[in-house]
Design a protein around this ligand. Structure first.
Ligand code: FES
Length: 163
């Protein structure tokens, strides 16, 4: 087929010969390859960061906790205890293999569902394979009067927060 026959179906002024056709196909392919390369390069060079939640927990107003109460924050993995002596926070993560423990109000103890470790509400181990007590966590009152807990900072046991 000659170029004249091919161009017979195109409007005047838009004649397309074989060379122009393959040039356009080639440029189009190069454009797609360049876009793909740029996309992969951007993905490769962007930082691959995992954002962890803050270890600081705002537990709310101290007066919302009844005296002699144990409140578990399942999402944060902590217990907030208001004892007669003051407030304290415990990690709810078992020191054996890291299961989330649960407060048993009938027995007044913290139990681990995985291998049966039991703790007093002060975190002290009663029985089971857990090698250590549940750690006490740093607590303080914010400028707004909220009870704050730092899950990343352990403190010695029996350091009550008196408000
Ligand atoms: S993880 Fe709690 S007793 Fe094993």
């Amino acid at each position: 087929m000659t170029d004249e026959k091919q161009n017979a179906i195109l409007p005047p002024g838009q004649e397309l010969n074989r060379r122009a056709f393959f040039t356009k196909i080639g440029l189009g392919s190069l454009g797609i390859a360049a876009a793909g390369t740029l996309g992969f390069t951007y993905e490769f060079l962007s930082p691959n960061v995992l954002y962890e939640p803050s270890p600081i927990i705002n537990a709310g107003k101290p007066e919302s906790f009844a005296v002699d109460s144990v409140t578990m924050d399942v999402n944060a993995g902590i217990y907030l205890v208001r004892a007669v002596e003051g407030f304290f926070a415990l990690s709810a993560v078992c020191t054996h293999l890291g299961c989330l423990t649960a407060w048993n109000p009938e027995l007044g103890i913290i139990k681990c569902p995985c291998h049966g470790s039991q703790f007093k509400r002060t975190g002290e181990k009663i029985e089971g394979p857990a090698p250590k007590p549940l750690p006490w966590l740093k607590t303080w009152v914010s400028d707004d009067g909220d009870l704050m807990v730092d899950r990343s900072t352990d403190i010695p046991a029996l350091q009550f927060l008196r408000i």
